[in-house]
Design a protein around this ligand. Structure first.
Ligand code: ADP
Ligand code: CDP
Length: 209
C-alpha cells in the first residue's frame, strides 16, 4: 500500500505520515529532507540557491547529511523552497523518491508533490492543511522547544512566503490531487488528526484499523 501525504509547512503532515507508517508497519520517507539536504549543501558551499546550476551541483549530497539536525531549521527550510523550484533539482531527486514509493510492500511518503508527481497511483492520498496562523504557532512552539528564539510574526511571514513559492512554482507546485482526501488539522489534537487519517485510509482500502 502506498500512502501519499502532502501539505504546507507545519500542517502536521510529517506527524501524520510517521504515525501512519508505524500503524501499518510501512517505511516512511520525509521527502522535504532531500530538498533540505540540497539547501544545506548550497549554504555550506556558499553557492547561490537562485541559480539552477549551483543548486543542481548540490544534489549529490552524502546520505549521512540527512541526519543533521541543522536541516530541520527554518534557515534551511527557506532555502529548500528556493532550490526546490528548479526543475533540474526536482529531476535529480525524482528517481530516489519514486523507487522508495514503489518498494515491495509499499511505503508512506510526505511532501508537496507525492500524490501528483511521485506516486500518482498511490492507494491513499491525503492533503493535510491548517490555517497559516495555527501553523505558525505550531512552528514557533517547535522552534522555542529547540532553543530558537524568534517572533511569531517572523515565523508567520516565513510560512506565507514559503506557501507562496511552493504553490506558484511552475514545476510540481504544491496542490491537492483531485483524488486526495482533505484533512484540516487546525482544530484537531495530534491524536485526533492521526485517528482521522487512519479512518481515511480505512475508507479507501480494506486495511484493518
Ligand atoms: N494536530 C496538531 N496539533 C498540534 N500540534 C501539532 C499537530 N500536528 C502537528 N503538530 C506539531 O506541529 C509541528 C509541525 O508538525 P509537522 O508534522 O512537523 O508538520 P509538517 O511535516 O507539515 O511540517 C510539530 O511540532 C508537531 O508536533
Ligand atoms: N516533495 C517535496 C517536499 C518538499 N519540498 C520543498 O522543500 C521545502 C521543505 O519541505 P519540508 O517538508 O521539509 O518543510 P516543512 O513542511 O516540514 O516545513 C518545502 O518548502 C518545499 O519547497 C518540495 O518542493 N517537494
Amino acid at each position: 500500500m502506498i500512502i501519499a501525504v502532502d501539505g504546507p509547512a507545519a500542517s502536521g503532515k510529517g506527524t501524520i505520515a510517521r504515525a501512519l507508517a508505524q500503524h501499518y508497519g510501512l517505511p516512511h520517507l520525509d521527502t522535504g529532507l532531500l530538498y533540505r539536504a540540497v539547501a544545506a549543501t548550497v549554504l555550506r558551499e556558499d553557492l547561490d540557491p537562485s541559480k539552477e546550476a549551483d543548486a543542481v551541483s548540490a544534489c549529490s549530497f552524502e546520505d549521512y547529511l540527512l541526519d543533521d539536525p541543522w536541516l530541520r531549521t527554518d534557515e534551511v527550510g527557506k532555502v529548500a523552497s528556493v532550490v526546490s523550484a528548479h526543475p533540474l533539482v526536482r529531476a535529480a531527486l525524482l528517481n530516489r523518491q519514486k523507487k522508495f514509493a514503489r518498494q515491495p510492500g509499499g511505503a508512506v511518503l510526505d511532501g508537496r508533490d507525492i500524490g501528483t508527481v511521485i506516486a500518482p497511483d498511490a492507494n491513499v492520498k491525503l492533503f493535510v492543511k491548517a490555517t497559516p496562523m495555527i501553523r505558525a504557532q505550531r512552528r514557533h512552539l517547535e522552534l522555542r522547544k529547540n532553543g530558537v528564539l524568534t517572533s511569531l510574526d517572523k515565523v508567520l511571514s516565513d510560512i506565507r512566503a514559503r506557501d507562496e513559492r511552493d504553490s506558484k512554482r511552475s514545476e510540481a507546485p504544491m496542490l491537492q490531487a483531485p483524488d486526495a482526501a482533505l484533512l484540516d488539522t487546525s482544530f484537531l489534537s495530534i491524536d485526533a488528526a492521526v485517528q482521522r487519517a487512519i479512518a481515511i485510509v480505512e475508507s479507501k482500502t480494506n486495511a484493518p484499523a
